[in-house]
Design a protein around this ligand. Structure first.
Ligand SMILES: [Mn+2]
Length: 371
């Protein structure tokens, strides 16, 4: 059971935080602590039963390492809508058996202070207002040196979210590792510049993320068309299609992707469209494309990024619960976040306090993440 009010503090905390000094104030009323300490199907629905904060000032006093924030916007979908229900479903329906990471040997929420910062307000049909609210709420997190984990929403929310992170961490200095069945680099779709098929082009055009800093993994199927890929080549984007994953295996592809992402970027934004998974594992999404990744691969790839790159933000998008079956998609999306949180915990120093299980293939001296 995690201790909600007394998460371990990283010794680097004060240096990491602008103006961060002294002991964080992480007091929760005992009744709320009790409410958040029961089984995951009961009590207020916050992500992984983390404390709920709503005000920027509370971020200053609590000083979490990570803030979860919802972006329940799906009016930019080209096919099946419904991702507006993603954040609440991830909070309410995900199965929460515990928080000890078996492979990394880390008690995630002991090593990392994580809070739920609620949702950005997304009034229906008002894309400009909704995207502005997402940009502001993510900015409130990122500008304080806190890692935002954004729960979509359709993929258009990556435009304002990554823009806010670029503003906080360095315009043109972040790299984006983008898992998706689709490149999402169209110029416009049906005249819509803010479609869920266009956010990556907007980020490149604005200069928030240069094309060279984009690495995409998992592309497959029948979209976008050839001229879009020619534009992507002109931007010096890199991508690793499912065909390459099928031929080389994901570990080899990820080694290249990590190296490419860090070539020029100072830090990494992970953008994860759940449709990168095969629809057999993630039917609850707007634009399912057969032939995708398995959870066993995706979870380890996300973990690897958190372990081996300076990851400063992530989003998980396109979770549309109405099309889900038995919470398959919900649980996979939830676990992707847990993998990243565990990886960040180890990277930030929890590794010195844990013993990793030794692999049979590496008896002579296992290399430990964080070393
Ligand atoms: Mn996408």
């Amino acid at each position: 059971m995690k201790d909600l009010s007394n998460s371990a503090q990283s010794p680097r905390r004060d240096e990491d935080r602008p103006g961060g000094r002294g002991v964080p104030d992480r007091h929760l009323p005992p009744g709320l602590t009790a409410q958040l300490s029961g089984p995951s199907y009961a009590g207020p629905a916050t992500f992984a039963q983390c404390p709920l904060l709503s005000e920027p000032e509370q971020l200053d006093s609590w000083r979490p390492d990570v803030a979860i924030v919802g972006a329940p916007w799906d009016d930019s979908t080209t096919n099946r809508p419904g991702a507006r229900f993603g954040p609440r479903a991830l909070r309410a329906l995900a199965y929460g058996p515990g928080t000890y990471h078996l492979d990394l040997g880390v008690e995630i929420f002991d090593a990392l202070a994580v809070i739920d910062y609620g949702d950005a307000l997304c009034p229906h049909g008002r894309v400009e207002a909704s995207h502005a609210n997402i940009r502001q709420r993510v900015g409130e997190i990122a500008s304080r040196g806190i890692i935002p984990v954004v729960l979509g929403g359709d993929h258009s929310i990556t435009w304002p979210a990554a823009t806010a992170v670029a503003e906080a961490r360095g315009w043109g200095r972040i790299g984006v590792v983008h898992f998706d069945a689709h490149a999402d680099t169209a110029d416009s779709i049906e005249g819509n510049l803010a479609s869920h098929g266009t956010p990556m082009r907007r980020l490149i055009e604005s200069g928030a993320v240069p094309g060279k800093n984009f690495v995409q993994v998992g592309l497959r199927g029948y979209w976008p068309p050839q001229e879009t890929f020619e534009w992507m080549r002109d931007q010096q984007m890199r991508w690793h299609a499912m065909q390459e994953v099928w031929e080389r295996g994901l570990p080899a592809v990820m080694a290249d992707a990590v190296a490419e992402a860090l070539e020029e970027a100072d830090c990494i934004y992970l953008s994860l469209d759940i449709d990168v998974l095969d629809p057999g594992f993630a039917p609850g999404t707007g634009t399912p494309e057969p032939g995708g990744l398995s959870p066993a691969d995706l979870l380890r790839a996300a973990r690897l990024l958190a372990l081996e790159t300076p990851l400063v933000a992530m989003d998980v998008v396109e979770v549309a619960p109405a099309y889900d079956w038995a919470e398959l998609t919900i649980n996979n999306a939830h676990r992707v976040v847990l993998e990243v949180l565990a990886g960040i915990a180890v990277r930030r120093g929890a590794a010195s306090r844990i013993v990793l299980p030794q692999r049979a293939s590496d008896r002579s001296g296992p290399s430990r993440p964080g070393e």
